[in-house]
Ligand binder design. Sequence first.
Ligand SMILES: [Cu+2]
Length: 442
Amino acid sequence: MDEPLQQVPLQPAHSALSRRGFLRGAAIAGGGLIATGIAACTPGTAANWTFGPTVNPAASGAPAAPISPAPSAAPSAAASAAPSAAASTSPAPSVPAGWTIHDVNARDKVRRYVGNLAPALKGIYGDAAFAKLADILGAADNYPQLQAKPAFAQVPQLVLNDILNPLTPTLDGSIKVFNLTIDEISQQIDELLPPLAALGYNGHWPGPTIRVNQGDRVRAVFKNNLKETTGVHFHGVEFDDFFQDGVPFVTQRPIVPGETYTYEFTARNAGSLMYHSHHNATDQVGRGLLGAFIVEPTANPVKADREYVWISNDSLGGFTINGHGFPATVPVLAAVGESVLVRFMNEGTMMHPWHLHGYTMKIVARDGHPLGSAAFECDTLGVNPGERFDALIKVDRPGLWAFHCHILPHAEGADGMFGMVNTLIVVPEKAHVDAIVKAITA
Ligand SMILES: [Cu+2]
């Protein structure tokens, strides 16, 4: 993973890992440049910036940005118009003419997001597009992130965990048995932020995705390793036995520290469901006790080339997707001609309207229920707490497309984009996807 991607051949990866992950599992992704649609990247937009500085300092008078120094003195195209005096006397990066520190920091976020995958874009998008992207990022600066893994590849990730170590049941007769622990964990929202005291299932926030087929008998065994009580609710399941519903003091006693508790039920209804704490839940779900529970339907499953679980939360660590904030959010990656299924799940306390640039999403299921002829198309989808929506995206044009919550304070701040920001990265060939996956998971 330490090698830059240009050393990775852009051909199909042959590992079972990649094939399994991308034919069936979560669509983890590659480094991509985020589209600039929500970024105030041009000097002309700086004056309209709400959260940023109110002044637009001259390039030579601007303070040094608190980011890694650019080792090269070679100015970017933009900087060359008025090179900063600081560039020749200090390791701090220059602030190009017309920019503010906001611009420098905002660019740094995207540089971290792309990391050492940036050079591979040349082989993926061709010389002309690569030249534009390189200029946008200021690649001529030879900035340090060009040698680093993308931010999202530097922290544990649900989608990577699901590929590397998918939760597989043991069988007790025909019963699918899943064993999970409930743990105190330390979570890094991104690779630079200090770890937070969080909670997780099997050591992860979100917990591993639990997958079964409609009609399966499911036994989920939870060992409580916390210092506090808890309870686990499978959200959206139509239980035959209401005592399996997981609500302490309504359907069970709380699970005490050290206790192992078993839920057993038949997965009657299919679709995108969830599992999470239902005890002191504002706190426990807010700290990470959540995960996806996916029940494959017996009839008419949605056909997609790739699938991606997208769980939002908005308590500990701020605004997160799958337990991370931009630039540590794993992009959705697909090749032209493919269809992608995104399973939106909201485990937070407020609605988030997810907006995809450049494409329409077809919403085919709500709370696991197929919408059939009521399926609808949109580019912005509000998902309320507890809701799940299944969105199909058919990709036919390559590009780097922003994909973010459109409550703007959840996505952008004075230092650029953060939190609920991600991208859909469409590459021309499936081989590009495989190569990027190989690089990330190597
Ligand atoms: Cu939001």
